[in-house]
Design a protein around this ligand. Structure first.
Ligand code: NDP
Length: 450
């Protein structure tokens, strides 16, 4: 069976691919299983050299990979270049981490206890369509660094960069069978990976709904899982914040990647005393976002991923919004930047829209802000804007989310842990913390008694 991959900015077909099924999944798992003993035995320095070579190859192919990602996801090319730059950095980072992931010696009676970090075996990586290469690299880097072999399943809508990454892995000298890219439906290939007895762990990024299925399916074989799921993050603006800076940054924190970002600060909480002023600044800043052809260097926002997704996003906007921007009326799954006023009980404030729609919600004081920010099943990310350092720290500790920023809207750095609280999932990606999710601790006691 074949299927067609579309360019969401034009609705034109860009590839026709074979769709894998259960049989192909079993074959890929078998290849990964066969490759595991040799790969996990590669000396740390040699594995590091291979990952570094992969990082360098990604750097050398930045423009090609960025163009693939831009055409397949509808991402503005300037942003896509940055994302591929991060993919290379991730492989460099984990190349450097391989010989710094230590065990311990523990004082015990009668001998010495030592811990070892053992690889898990075959790991299934299931990734979504919003940041296909980036999220694949966040899983591939630590998985390979720890000595695992992998089966990588990209989203059917956006498989092209993963296929190219798989080729670059081989070109880098990573042996056949270590990285297996499998293009197919989540409900077939993904489900088989989750249930397969020879897959030791599933690393999943996607919707909370499918995350639940991953947990359920993994129970049968007590598989390890790490889940990076949805978000409904708050961007909290206090009256003492640098309002101009906060307002200039806020649109990009929710409209970037056309809002298809689990870290999107899609609830903008504004203190009542500065509400009107902030709204004016926010709308002014949003008017400046350049929406259009993703291949144009100046474009800041492209289309949504699919027609079906555009319908879902549109269903969140009822009545006249506070602001609606422009979008091309040519083919493509376009949706304009949209700002609506809301209470935290409205559907728009409770569910992940995954589109360029921001809900602005007023609050009274710090206690009210904490209450609203935490009144969500999600807990991935968020921001606090204030000039009061003590308040910033109080807020950062009080908000139930895995990744927060103060006077900034960033969530992701190669060297810092990334992941959620509550129904945004568990386990951490990136930084040294990610290595915990791709290795088991083994404790060995060595008797010193004669
Ligand atoms: P999904 O959770 O359905 O897809 C994510 C990945 O999981 C894809 O590779 C998909 O494969 C796979 N998958 C789907 N169903 C199963 C299954 N039963 N078993 C195993 N794997 C499966 O996200 P959607 O693409 O449907 O997006 C829906 C919503 O999810 C978005 O609107 C957004 O709210 C949220 N989302 C959050 C993301 C995040 O970064 N946290 C990323 C993507 C979506 P395939 O698509 O090929 O069938």
């Amino acid at each position: 069976m074949t299927f067609t991959v579309l360019n969401p900015a034009t609705e034109e077909p860009i590839a026709e691919l074979e769709q894998a099924g259960v049989e192909e999944t079993d074959e890929a798992v078998a290849r990964a299983k066969e490759a595991f003993p040799a790969w996990s035995a590669v000396a740390p320095g040699d594995r590091a050299r291979l990952l570094r070579r992969l990082a360098t190859l990604v750097e050398e192919h930045t423009e090609e990979l960025a163009r693939i990602e831009s055409r397949n996801v509808g991402k503005p090319i300037s942003g896509a270049r940055g994302e591929i730059g991060m993919v290379a950095q991730v492989f460099h980072y984990y190349a450097g981490a391989i010989d710094k992931h230590f065990g311990e010696t523990i004082p015990v009676a009668g001998g010495v206890a030592a811990t070892f970090r053992e690889p898990l075996g075959v790991v299934g990586l299931i990734v979504p369509w919003n940041f296909p290469a980036n999220i694949a690299s966040w899983k591939l880097g630590p998985a390979l660094a720890c000595g695992n072999t992998v089966v990588l399943k990209p989203a059917e809508l956006t498989p092209l960069s993963a296929i190219r990454l798989g080729e670059l892995c081989l070109e880098a000298g990573i042996p056949e069978g270590v990285v297996n890219v499998l293009v197919g439906k989540g409900s077939i290939v993904g489900q088989r990976l989750i249930e397969h007895p020879d897959v030791a762990k599933i690393a999943f990024t996607g919707s909370t709904e499918v995350g639940r299925l991953v947990m359920q399916g993994a129970a049968g074989t007590i598989k390890r899982v790490t889940l990076e799921l949805g978000g409904k993050s708050a961007n909290v603006i206090f009256e003492d914040a640098d309002l101009e800076r906060a307002a200039a940054s806020a649109p990009y924190s929710v409209f970037d990647n056309a809002g298809q970002d689990c870290c999107a600060r899609s609830r903008i909480l504004v203190q009542k005393s500065v509400y009107d002023r902030f709204l004016e600044l926010l709308i002014e800043a949003t008017k400046g976002i350049k929406v259009g052809d993703p291949a144009d260097d100046a474009t800041e926002m492209g289309p949504l991923i699919s027609a079906a997704h555009r319908e879902t996003v549109a269903s969140f906007v009822n009545g006249e919004p506070l602001f609606r921007g422009d979008a091309p009326d040519s083919p493509g799954f376009w949706f304009p930047c949209t700002i609506v006023e809301a209470t935290n009980d409205d559907r728009i404030a409770r569910e992940e829209v995954f589109g360029p729609v921001a809900a602005v919600i007023p609050f009274e004081d710090e206690a009210d802000a904490i209450c609203i920010a935490n009144d969500t099943p999600y807990g991935l990310s968020g921001s606090i804007w204030t000039q009061d350092g003590a308040r910033a720290l109080r807020m950062a500790r009080a908000i139930e989310a895995g990744v927060l920023s103060v006077n900034a809207n960033t969530s992701v750095r190669v060297s810092t842990p990334f992941g959620g609280f509550k129904q945004s999932g568990f386990g951490r990606e990136l930084g040294m913390h990610a290595l915990e999710g791709y290795s088991e601790i083994k404790s060995v006691f060595i008797s010193t008694e004669s």
